[in-house]
Ligand binder design. Sequence first.
Ligand SMILES: Cc1cc2nc3c(=O)[nH]c(=O)nc-3n(C[C@H](O)[C@H](O)[C@H](O)COP(=O)(O)OP(=O)(O)OC[C@H]3O[C@@H](n4cnc5c(N)ncnc54)[C@H](O)[C@@H]3O)c2cc1C
Ligand code: SF4
Length: 516
Amino acid sequence: MKLYSENEIVDAVVIGTGAGGAPLLSRLAKAGLKVVALEAGEHWEPSKDFATDEVSQAKLFWTDERLSAGEDPLHFGNNNSGIGVGGSTLHYTAYVPRPQPDDFHLYSDFGVGVNWPIGYNDLEKYFDEIEQFLGVSGPADYLWGAKHKSSYPLPPLPLNGAAQLMKRGCDKLNIKTSPAANAALSAPYFQKDIGWRAACTNRGFCQAGCTIGAKANMDVTYIPLAVYHGSEVRSKSFVTEFELNNSDNISAVVYSFNGKMQRQKCKNVFLCAGAIETPRLLLINNIANSSGEVGKNFMAHTGMQVWGQFEEDIRPYKGIPGGLISEDTHRPKDADFAGGYLLQSIGVMPVTYASQVARARGLWGEALLQCMRGYNHTAGINILGDCLPYPNNYLELSDEMDSRGLPKPRIYFSIEENERRLNIHAEKILREIWSAAGADDIWSYNRNAHTIGTCRMGNDQQKAVVNSEGKSFDIPNLFIADNSVFPSALSANPALTIMALSLRIADCFLDKMKHR
Ligand SMILES: Cc1cc2nc3c(=O)[nH]c(=O)nc-3n(C[C@H](O)[C@H](O)[C@H](O)COP(=O)(O)OP(=O)(O)OC[C@H]3O[C@@H](n4cnc5c(N)ncnc54)[C@H](O)[C@@H]3O)c2cc1C
Ligand code: SF4
């Protein structure tokens, strides 16, 4: 890997190496720029460092304390974000459906939420590019949304137990289903400038990290591509501060490495630390916030799960966890709410399942053990749906300090009438699917997941933190590219859209450089 001196003024520092940071890192490096990525976590070697063991793999999650407030306080840790080179993709389930074109204009359609300053057409070529590069496995023709210009490069992965049962229930109810688009390989795949990646062995522990690199985490895709093109990736480097020059540009980024403070001089900064750490860093440094919108408009997808017990031996830990999808509920005709949701089957590891049972059903001790005896006969479906931005859902700095002496973030979250109505609509359908599939002991778990918003992208600098190209309205050489810039939640899993935004932000930046 190429190494840069801290005194060299590099073209760009990229903070965070997840779905937002890694694609643009590779794009900038490929264009010949001198780029350094600073990543708080470790650079793991999957074949040596990852295990089929949920407890040891807790190292993949961001577990620094986040204070959770509001009427529906969120569960952070393994419900939300990751740490390490690859960020949250190290443990994501790799469901990668595209958002539908109308997801980008919720306000025009319903008069609530906001429109995006860009549309599906602005991201379409990036969806195509990313799907081909990652080696997404999926159906030849996807049933919902805009027609894709190119088919997924690989056929779908086999359906696991929950996916087969969900299909049985949906078929009986005439709900259309499809094998999901999954960023995991159904066959060995060659990636230019990287080499071959192995096919998925259906080990099923995707959320504990993939030991063989079949799942398209950033650490086996865009990060090696970035390194191939000359980028440096500095792991265990926790950014704390930005130094500004007289023209209000960032001139250096300060970070701690092995307990020692270091600084990297740079011409541009791409902040991609995720929807909690990105606004937290900006608020700590008191920059890029003339709009007062940093930390505001926090959203988390509605993610209700409904579980059932079956006679069949399901073994929910086996096979790719993200198997079957339905988007028939994208904008349901009988809805009394704005937006919509999709349905996805779930695979689940045993400790994760036990903690959900404890939280949702209040079971503990012998009662929890008894319930876990049925684990191998359990199957779940969850929704992934819209969540509107509200003024009372936001992130602030608390007066409690973390081990580095930095203020811990406090996140307020409450769902409101729109989310309540959407959940009622979804729960009814999910219960019907499981009844039709033959389940008993059906129960639901009302949850929200993914951290979204907090540094909104928009055209009006009074109401947004960055413009439609990810550029700060206040600091000319600061760009943000991660889940924080989403103006609305989109009723689709976020990672593919984050990657597409990341490449678009890099291309807009490179284009401006060319014409400077
Ligand atoms: C269990 C689980 C399953 C999921 N499954 C799916 C799925 O199937 N499909 C999907 O689309 N999405 C899924 N998601 C969500 C998805 O993984 C995230 O939305 C997405 O990866 C977020 O990307 P990001 O770039 O915004 O942030 P991240 O990927 O979290 O990257 C931020 C990076 O910044 C680093 N960082 C933070 N602060 C600093 C600092 N001060 N200095 C240096 N580095 C810093 C972090 O260590 C991290 O590596 C899942 C999430 C979870 C928790
Ligand atoms: S199921 Fe496939 S993609 Fe997931 S961890 Fe196992 S081998 Fe990797």
